[in-house]
Design a protein around this ligand. Structure first.
Ligand code: SF4
Ligand code: SF4
Length: 502
C-alpha cells in the first residue's frame, strides 16, 4: 500500500487547538481531534509528537513523516473507528496537508504576473534634501545608494515634473490610484505638493479615476496652514518618529546635532488635534539602542494620541554600531510578542489597538496572500526621482541601476520583465523551502542591497525573526478566529468596499 506523507505546512497552537498554515495555498486550517491525531500518527518522530514545520526534516531527526493508511488506522484504533480516520485522511489530502509518497510535492511555480501590471501606488520623491540629519538615514549615511548631495538629480522636484508624474500615474493605474509624497523631508517642497494634489484631483476626475493622497514627514515643518491643507484634502499622514525624547534625540537630529523632539512634539500634537479626516500613523525605526518597543508604543499612543504605530528595524550594513544583531532581533521579537498579546486581548473584546505590524500581517494571512515577490516594488508600486526617473521604489529613486524608465517615456517593459524574472521566489533557493515564504518572499530589496550589494539575495540574516514573528501572528489569527471572528471578517468587508469603487 502507498504510504501517506506530510506536505508543506507550519503547525501552530492557538485557542487550545492545533492549526496548520498550509504553505502552497497560504491557507489556515483548524484541526479537529481526528485530523490532529492522523497527522500525529503520520509524523510521529523521535523529537516529539508533531512535525513542527516544513524545515524539520528527517535528516534533523524528525519524522519519519510517512505511513500507510492501514498503519495509521491501526495506530489510532483505540481512539477512532476506521471510517473516522479515513474521513480525516481524506480531509487532509484535500487541503494538501498530506499526500501520497510517490507523488511529487508542490514547488513554487515560476509564473510571472500578467503584463502590463497596473500601477497601484506611485511614490513621488519631491525632494532628496532633508533638514534633519538622522544618523541611520539610508539616504545620507554610508549606506546610501544615490548621491543626493553631489549627484546628477535635482535637489527639488519641479512642478512640471510632478504634473508629468501625475499623468504617468493616471495612464498606468487601474480605476484607483494612490499618490504618496516622500523625501528627503517631503514638506521642504510643500508648494509643489500642494499644486500637484489640486492638479491630480482635477485630472483624475476628468479621466474617471479615483485618486488618494498620502505623505511621510519628519514633522519639523508642520505649521497651521499646512496642517489645515492636509486635513481639508484628506491627505493620509505618516510621521517618522522614534519615541520619547531620549530615543528620538539619539538619532533624529538636526545638522548641528541638536535633537528634534522638542521641535516636533508640539507640531505633532497640533496635527493630531486638527487633522481628523483620516487616522494618523507613526512609523518608528528601531536600532540596537532603541528597542524598548512597549515604552515607545505607550508614549506615541498615550502621550501623542497616534491611532497606529508601525515599527521597522533599521536598514543598514551589519558593521554600523546601531545595526540590530542576532541578540537584538531576539529581544525585538520578545517585545513584539508582548505587544502583540496586548493587541489580541484588546481586539478580542472589540477595542482598538494601534500596533499596526500585527494588523497588517493578520490581513495578509486572512486574505491568503502568497507572494512571489516580497512587496509591490517594481510591480504595483514604483518610485519617482526628483528628475522624473521611474525606479524600483522610493528608496532606489535616482539610481541608474534600478531605473525602470521615466515618467515621460513610461515604464521600460523589458527592464521590468527582466527584473521580475530575476527576483521570483522560485529562484531563491533557501526561500523556496521555507514555510514563511508566502508572507516574506525573501524580504525588502533595499535591505538586501545594503546588506549584500544586490537586490537578488534573500535577507537570510533575519529569517529567525521573520519566522518567529509570522508564527506569533498566526497564533493571534487562530485565537481571533475563535474569540472574535468578526474582527477578521472586517478585512473582507473592507475589501468588498474597495472593490465596489473599482
Ligand atoms: S528570507 Fe528567510 S524567512 Fe524569508 S522566505 Fe526566505 S528563507 Fe524564509
Ligand atoms: S523594496 Fe523595501 S523599501 Fe522598497 S517598497 Fe519594498 S519593502 Fe519597501
Amino acid at each position: 500500500m502507498i504510504a501517506l506523507t506530510r506536505r508543506e505546512f507550519h503547525l501552530f497552537q492557538a485557542a487550545g487547538r492545533d492549526f496548520l498554515y498550509l504553505v502552497p495555498s497560504a491557507a489556515v486550517f483548524a484541526l479537529d481531534a481526528p485530523t490532529s491525531a492522523v497527522l500525529r500518527a503520520i509524523g510521529d518522530g523521535e523529537k516529539g509528537p508533531y512535525p513542527f514545520s516544513a524545515s524539520d526534516s528527517p535528516e534533523k531527526g524528525y519524522g519519519p513523516f510517512s505511513r500507510t493508511e492501514d498503519a495509521v488506522i491501526q495506530a489510532l484504533a483505540e481512539r477512532f473507528d476506521a471510517s473516522t480516520v479515513r474521513a480525516a485522511i481524506a480531509e487532509l489530502l484535500e487541503v494538501r496537508a498530506i499526500g501520497y509518497e510517490q507523488q511529487p510535492a508542490e514547488q513554487p511555480v515560476r509564473m510571472l504576473p500578467m503584463m502590463p501590471f497596473p500601477l497601484n501606488t506611485m511614490v513621488l520623491n519631491v525632494t532628496n534634501q532633508c533638514n534633519l540629519a538622522c544618523t541611520y538615514c539610508y539616504e545620507y549615511g554610508e549606506d546610501k545608494i544615490v548621491d543626493t548631495e553631489h549627484g546628477k538629480q535635482s535637489k527639488f522636484m519641479a512642478e512640471s515634473t510632478a504634473l508629468e508624474s501625475v499623468e504617468f500615474l493616471l495612464r498606468e493605474s487601474g480605476r484607483v490610484a494612490h499618490l504618496t509624497f516622500f523625501g528627503g523631508e517631503t514638506l521642504l517642497n510643500f508648494p509643489v505638493l500642494k499644486s500637484t494634489i489640486a492638479y491630480a484631483r482635477r485630472r483624475a476626475a476628468e479621466v474617471g479615476k479615483e485618486i488618494d493622497f498620502s505623505l511621510t514627514t519628519n514633522a519639523t515643518l508642520l505649521k497651521p496652514e499646512i496642517i489645515e491643507f492636509l486635513a481639508e484634502n484628506r491627505v493620509g499622514v505618516t510621521i517618522s518618529i522614534d519615541g520619547p525624547r531620549e530615543m528620538q534625540d539619539k538619532f533624529r537630529v538636526f545638522h548641528n546635532g541638536a535633537g528634534s523632539y522638542d521641535v516636533v512634539a508640539p507640531k505633532i500634537k497640533e496635527l493630531l488635534r486638527v487633522h481628523r479626516s483620516r487616522p494618523i500613523g507613526a512609523r518608528v525605526t528601531l536600532t540596537s539602542d532603541t528597542l524598548d518597543i512597549t515604552k515607545i508604543y505607550r508614549h506615541l499612543t498615550e502621550e501623542f494620541g497616534f491611532w497606529e504605530v508601525g515599527f521597522a528595524p533599521v536598514t543598514t550594513s551589519p558593521n554600523q554600531q546601531y545595526a540590530i544583531g542576532e541578540r537584538g532581533f531576539d529581544r525585538m521579537l520578545g517585545q513584539f510578542r508582548a505587544l502583540a498579546s496586548e493587541f489580541l486581548e484588546q481586539v478580542a473584546v472589540n477595542k482598538h489597538h494601534g500596533f499596526s505590524n500585527v494588523k497588517d500581517t493578520l490581513e495578509e494571512i486572512h486574505k491568503g496572500v502568497s507572494k512571489a515577490y516580497p512587496c509591490g516594488a517594481g510591480l504595483g508600486l514604483l518610485g519617482v526621482s526628483t528628475d522624473g526617473d521611474v525606479a524600483l521604489c522610493h528608496r532606489f529613486a535616482g539610481s541608474d541601476a534600478h531605473k525602470f524608465g521615466t515618467v515621460r517615456d513610461g515604464i521600460d517593459r523589458d527592464v521590468q520583465t527582466a527584473f521580475l524574472q530575476q527576483h521570483h521566489i522560485a529562484d531563491k533557493t533557501d526561500c523556496s523551502k521555507c514555510w514563511a515564504r508566502p508572507l516574506c518572499s525573501g524580504g525588502c530589496y533595499h535591505e538586501a542591497h545594503v546588506r549584500y550589494g544586490t537586490t537578488e539575495r534573500p535577507n537570510l540574516h533575519y529569517c529567525e525573526w521573520i519566522r518567529g514573528w509570522t508564527d506569533t501572528c498566526l497564533q493571534i489569527y487562530g485565537e481571533l478566529s475563535e474569540r472574535n471572528p468578526d474582527f477578521l471578517a472586517r478585512f473582507d468587508r473592507e475589501e468588498a468596499k474597495a472593490e465596489a469603487v473599482l
